[in-house]
Design a protein around this ligand. Structure first.
Ligand code: ATP
Length: 315
């Protein structure tokens, strides 16, 4: 049973120009996506730069304005709710950002950074708050004296752990993680990802894991949506996406993952060339500045129906 549903969500940014600075066009950053979130599950959102991944995360958490669509949380429509009605939603949905450094206030000590959501949502006594901060630092594997320090005194991986401590402070249901490890070096990436998996198991968290890296999403998520120009071209289980991709764009993303094994290297190369040729033919044929995903010709007719049936009224 899902605790949150997103229906046909759209974020269109106006483009202004001309002498009067009037709206001359729109950027269709998010253009009609639908998703459901269940407790304890990790959902991946993958796509190339500019396809609308971050905007999706930001609009869910309320950092961007919704152009159209609905967000329902625990049976309540929170799309246009006021802050009071939305407070459970704000407490239960938290976000971790790619750039841990700039997402932590450099003028605040770690204890105040972590205390912020606690003060906003939990109403603890000073003694309880202190205990909670201590507990959170322990969960993310930071020493107790970290609470007296400032963000610049930590490494990238440690800063991301502090960001995670802040995100889990209110016992959220869903954490939106926007490229949480892409700014870290490889060994630290693995540490942070494994740690995120551990806390997911322990606290029954759900994740919306945003990344352009299919390898990272494969490691973290059971359900994956492939995003292209503001829309989902393919959604499925990890198995469906990696073992049986249907859409040409998904195939192209997968064929770009480096595979150094000498076994089947020639076949992989041939497949890559074919996929690229098919993709480029369709791109040339259909793309203009406003081209959208439904202009791409998917691989099979069956999939054409599957990939587009969720785009209500898209055709
Ligand atoms: N505040 C804004 N005003 C106008 N356009 C915006 C704004 N934010 C994002 N965009 C545009 O919306 C589109 C989607 O941007 P978004 O940041 O969601 O992409 P993304 O898939 O997260 O990319 P990346 O992986 O590079 O972070 C882009 O064309 C971007 O230029």
């Amino acid at each position: 049973m899902s605790f949150m549903q997103i229906h046909n969500l759209k974020v269109h940014y106006p483009v202004r120009g001309g002498i009067l600075n009037s709206v001359v066009d729109y950027i269709y950053a998010v253009d009609g996506i639908s998703m459901e979130f269940e407790k304890g599950k990790a959902y991946g959102l993958v796509g190339e730069s500019g396809c609308g991944k971050s905007t999706t995360g930001k609009v869910i958490i309320g950092l961007e304005k919704i152009t159209a669509g609905r967000i329902c949380y625990e049976g309540v429509d929170v799309t246009n709710s006021n802050n009071h009605r939305k407070s459970a939603f704000n407490r239960d949905i938290q976000m971790i950002f790619q750039d841990a450094h700039s997402s932590l206030n450099p003028r605040k000590r770690v204890q105040d950074i972590i205390a912020e959501p606690i003060r906003n949502f939990l109403k603890l006594t000073p003694k309880e708050e202190k205990r909670k901060i201590h507990e959170l630092l322990e969960i993310v594997g930071m020493p107790e004296d970290a609470k007296y320090k400032y963000p610049h005194e930590f490494s990238g991986g440690q800063k991301q752990r502090i960001g995670i401590a802040r995100a889990i402070a209110t016992n959220p249901k869903l954490i939106i993680a926007d490229e949480p490890v892409s700014a870290l070096d490889l060994s630290v990436q693995a540490q942070v990802l494994n740690f995120m998996k551990e806390i997911q198991r322990e606290y029954g968290l759900s994740y919306l894991f945003i990344s352009h890296d299919l390898g990272v999403v494969q490691h973290m998520c059971e359900h994956i949506s492939i995003m292209y120009k503001g829309r989902f071209v393919e959604t499925g289980s990890k198995y469906d996406i990696y073992k049986n991709p249907q859409h040409i764009y998904t195939k192209r993303l997968l064929s770009a993952i480096p595979n150094t094994s000498p076994i089947g290297r020639d076949e992989r190369k041939k497949e890559r060339i074919l996929v690229e040729k098919h993709y480029q033919e369709n791109v040339r044929k259909y793309f203009d500045r406003q081209a959208r995903v439904f202009d791409l010709v998917p691989v099979s007719k069956t999939h054409f129906v599957a990939a587009t049936s969720s785009m209500k009224g898209g055709f």
